[in-house]
Design a protein around this ligand. Sequence first.
Ligand SMILES: NC(=O)c1ccc[n+]([C@@H]2O[C@H](COP(=O)([O-])OP(=O)(O)OC[C@H]3O[C@@H](n4cnc5c(N)ncnc54)[C@H](OP(=O)(O)O)[C@@H]3O)[C@@H](O)[C@H]2O)c1
Length: 355
Amino acid sequence: MIRVGVNGYGTIGKRVADAICVQPDMNLVGVAKTRPNYEAEIAIRNGYDLYAADPAQMGSFAEAGIDITGPVSDLVAASDVIVDATPSGIGEQNCKLYDAHSTKAILQGGEDADAAEMSFVSRANYDDVGDERTVRVVSCNTTGLTRLLAPLAERYGVETARVTLIRRGGDPGEIDRGPINDIVPDPTEIPSHHGPDVNTIFPEIDIETAGVKVPATLMHLHSVNITLEREPGAQRVHELLQNESRLFFIPEQAKIGGLGPLKEFARDTGRTRGDLWENCLWEESLTVAGTDLSLFQSIHQEADVVPENIDAIRALASEQSREESMRLTDETLGVGLESMFADSRRRAVRPAADD
Ligand SMILES: NC(=O)c1ccc[n+]([C@@H]2O[C@H](COP(=O)([O-])OP(=O)(O)OC[C@H]3O[C@@H](n4cnc5c(N)ncnc54)[C@H](OP(=O)(O)O)[C@@H]3O)[C@@H](O)[C@H]2O)c1
């Protein structure tokens, strides 16, 4: 069993902690937070050992009646791998602590690329992880772009990729983010940092990205234009992408016309927190003309990096291959449209006739 600690129990950390608990080859040692709040209470009620990220704050947990197992250094010492899901910039500072205990670490996309030894997306470079002690699971947007580009680059070659990222202003819990009444080029310069970030995984791909921030918390929407090196035909591309476990086509007949209904669909099927771990591609948007391919895809920023964190743990601390790890992660989490429907049926109020 791989012993895993999660340092930083916010949007990403709490999802990764829950995902670790359903892996047959991993034990969650515990989670670390800086302060006692509702998330600390939930961690304890979930049965997770809670560690103090700031030892000076151990008293404030005691005052709030929340049991602390120890300082974060104890968590690091007891873990084979730490998933660091602290706010951007803190992960890099924490690396000294992980090094001191010879504990391998996974950083998140808010850290600079050079904070870790390599950037990681399961589908693209799981098998390249060797003796590294730190990897960085790239951001939600970069993960989504890389998952889409990987099969296309393998099968047809990618000459250029031009992507406009229409980004959510903040996560639902982020009360201080915006805009609340604007549409903001973010950054105003082109390219945005996402294209160069994809190049940390695929250095050879000519990719340019532009970012726009909008007053929404639901998901990101990517408008993707790719020129392939070889001509594919629309049906072939559809088949290729449909065979990727972490991409799903939103069926045209589902009449899901926006990100609101898409999240509602996820909630209706019983997905925990309404999470969408997959890239969600609009079926009718897929257009192929010669070597040019266009489509819309949506990325659930709070969720899509969760399967990648689980695979990154195995890449660092096991002998499992990419295929084995991705299959196990997908199976245990229930990734994919069919699993969503199966879950929905399991939770159905009225059993199906053949039950
Ligand atoms: N949210 C997204 O859309 C998203 C998507 C992909 C990647 N990421 C990346 O994932 C990382 C985490 O982002 P997030 O959205 O999960 O942030 P978040 O929701 O703010 O969660 C981070 C948590 O870490 C805790 N924390 C703060 N300082 C800490 C410290 N020194 N040690 C340990 N814990 C500390 C905070 O809780 P307490 O202060 O209460 O302990 C906070 O809840 C960032 O690199 C981000 O760029 C985020």
